[in-house]
Write a protein that binds this ligand. Sequence first.
Ligand code: SF4
Length: 277
Amino acid sequence: MAEKKRLLQILDLIKILPRNNCKECGFTTCMAFATHVLREGAKPELCPYWQPQDLAFIKKSLKDQGNDSAYPDHLFSARKFVQGKIKDYDFSQVADRIGVGLESLPDGEGSCLIINLLEQHFRVTKYEIKSLENVEHDLWDHVLLYNYVAENGGRPLIGEWVPMESLPGSLAKRKVFVTGCEEKIAAAYSGNPERLRASLKVLKADFFTIDSNAEVAAVFYPLPKIPFQILFWDAAIEDGFPAQVKILFDATVLDYLDIESLVFLGEKCAERLSKLA
Ligand code: SF4
């Protein structure tokens, strides 16, 4: 009978990493890096300090045991890139600009930010992101939160509401936003505007009346300086009209988040609201 190969363990990686916790890979420690390589498919190449033969061995072993990454390669690079952008930031100056909390790290290791993303709170250091409520989160969320920090805020909100199509650079993103956010929310709440109101209350929305026939009109903040105005028109079955949702942004929104991350934030909102439906 062929001998069954032993699967790679975290300790196997630790033994051949330099163990100097230099953070160049974007993780706080070699241990955290090894864990992410084995459990989340982080690319081994993110550490530049492997001996070439060790790297080749690890890559082959991962391939043989089918350790496919749950994430595309570019996402790890994006995380590392945006972490590089914030590495010299003084969080005590950033916190106010982007409307988030500030806490000191133990042992005088600087500070971290407490960010409210859709009423779930995350503790963000320059190397790690943790949920304070132990909610599931992933690498996409990390890149979103780091991008929000990296933008470092901008003009104060001006209360002028604009649609996505009026934002510079939105042409290629508009359709993704409509299908991944607006249409998804509309479908989840078709025939049930009351339920949408209840779900928006969970997100601490403020409701208002508007000179249109929208059944629901509200403003909520998926991120502290990024308000979404949501308008919902219920389906008119007899006329053949499906339910519709329109999201508007404060005209300063791109001071706080790039367009790609904004689309992702819209998709996150739709996902959260669909779960609450
Ligand atoms: S770059 Fe390599 S040596 Fe540095 S912390 Fe990451 S895994 Fe450890």
